[in-house]
Design a protein around this ligand. Structure first.
Ligand SMILES: [Zn+2]
Length: 461
């Protein structure tokens, strides 16, 4: 470990009055400057002040402790990076091994190919009978003795089988899967500097299943069992403003409006509530809206913030008109096609497509009809048969989907709009770091910003 060294020598430090005596005490006074704060035994005899004083040895110890702490922090930070680069190195070695292995196979196959071609020559040309040849010479002197058809057939069969074999190996070399792990590490190395832990000092004994920020980022609401806590968020600090009561069971989702200081909450009590800010600490709750018959799992708004879509464990999606000004909801209709809990909902950017997924392992596409009413369109075909935990449109042509099983494929599936339908693109599937220790749930929705995606509680992406 690198030990930071003090520039000044301890014995060179002189007191405020240059007595050339060892320093005994240090005055903790903001108004004094450098040497003025140092006192030797002679200084101390006449020193008089009510400011804080600390023994010199103790001050040296305090500074050394601080330095030690700084070194440890720096080393910890660097170690995280070094560990990741080591992982990358490890991956590169693995790729190298794999490439060498595959190339050796390819070279071996090609050498064998040449051998087999020469063998054909050998089988056809190595032996002949004197009497048969004589017969030919006498009876059919003009006939071409060489029948190339048979040879061409044999070569064709041989070439075909080896072309296939080599093609298969070449495609393994081109396979993106081989490089996905190193891509991921590089991605993490790139990302780790963008995200910093600001404060993790706030602990609560009740579970927190939802968090939402207002548009300006100055207010945050969070769930604490049945209650909602409102926080002021300033310069990286959270300050609790108030606790809102209303729900009678655990709150599962909170969604701030993008237009005003209003938000919507949904919970295990099957109800949805709207909340409107009255002043800094006061919020008004709407009535409790009960249309779902089981826990509310997800809530989304359209961009104009006049439509709310809710998904629940009653297998249904409900469409609501929302009026943030009057703090009220109007139930419109229900979409019933799923056969298990709804876990995630998302609009595309044009907002003419709504997509939903859940524990029935189905991804369903809904479209707006001429009356702007949502209608069932189709069930997306997928290869991963696991329950869907969250989904998100990256753009109008691409949709990403993550499953939540404990023991699972641990990947992000990509669906792309082709011939008017969202179709799985297995080539673009993103393999995540495998983790079969925990179940993934839909509490952390996917946030997509440019090329960075945070998708899962199980893995970093
Ligand atoms: Zn002195």
């Amino acid at each position: 470990m690198i030990q930071p060294k003090m520039i000044e020598l301890e014995k060179q430090l002189n007191c405020s009055q240059n007595h050339n005596e060892p320093i005994h005490m240090v005055v903790f006074d903001k108004k004094l400057k450098r040497q003025e704060r140092l006192l030797c035994a002679i200084c101390m005899e006449t020193f008089e002040a009510d400011t804080k004083m600390i023994g010199f040895k103790k001050v040296i110890q305090m500074i050394e402790d601080k330095q030690k702490n700084k070194v440890e922090n720096i080393q910890r930070l660097i170690k995280v990076e070094v560990d990741q680069v080591e992982q990358l190195l490890n991956e590169l070695h693995k790729i190298k091994q794999k490439l060498i292995q595959e190339l050796d196979q390819l070279i071996y196959n090609s050498v064998e190919w040449i051998k087999s071609l020469n063998d054909i020559f050998g089988i056809i040309n190595s032996q002949y009978s004197f009497f048969d040849e004589l017969e030919q010479l006498i009876n059919n002197p003009q006939q071409n003795i060489f029948n190339s058809q048979q040879l061409i057939e044999q070569i064709k069969i041989l070439n075909n089988s080896l072309c296939n074999k080599i093609n298969l190996k070449l495609s393994t070399l081109k396979n993106l899967q081989l490089y996905s792990q190193s891509d991921l590490i590089l991605y993490n190395l790139n990302l780790s500097h963008h995200i910093q832990l600001i404060d993790n000092s706030i602990k609560q004994s009740f579970s927190c299943y939802a968090i939402s920020f207002n548009l300006s980022g100055s207010l945050m609401v969070s769930a604490s069992n049945n209650d909602i806590k409102v926080w002021n968020f300033m310069q990286g600090n959270l300050k609790e403003l108030t606790t809102l009561k209303g729900h009678i069971e655990t709150i599962q989702c909170l969604q701030f409006s993008r237009k005003s200081n209003s938000f919507v909450s949904g919970g295990h009590d099957k109800s949805i509530r709207c909340w409107k800010q009255i002043n800094e600490k006061e919020w008004k709750s709407s009535q409790s809206y009960q249309q779902h018959t089981n826990c509310i799992e997800c809530l989304i708004f359209n961009q104009s913030q006049n439509q709310l879509v809710s998904g629940a464990r009653d297998y249904s999606i409900k469409i609501w008109q929302i009026d943030f000004i009057n703090n009220q909801l109007t139930y419109l209709y229900s979409l019933d096609k799923h056969t298990n809990n709804i876990r995630s909902l998302c609009f595309n950017q044009l907002e003419n497509t709504l997509v939903s997924c859940g524990d029935d392992k189905q991804i369903i596409i809904w479209k707006q009809d001429n009356q702007l009413k949502w209608q069932f369109e189709y069930v997306v075909t997928q290869t991963v048969q696991e329950y869907g935990c969250r989904l998100q449109f990256i753009n109008d042509d691409q949709l990403i989907w993550v499953t939540g099983k404990k023991v699972s494929k641990d990947c992000i599936s990509i669906f792309e709009l082709r011939n008017g339908k969202y179709q799985e693109n297995l080539n673009k599937e993103v393999q995540l770091i495998q983790n079969d220790d925990v179940i993934d749930i839909s509490l952390f929705p996917i946030f997509y910003t440019f090329q960075y995606i945070s998708a899962s509680t199980k893995q970093k992406l």
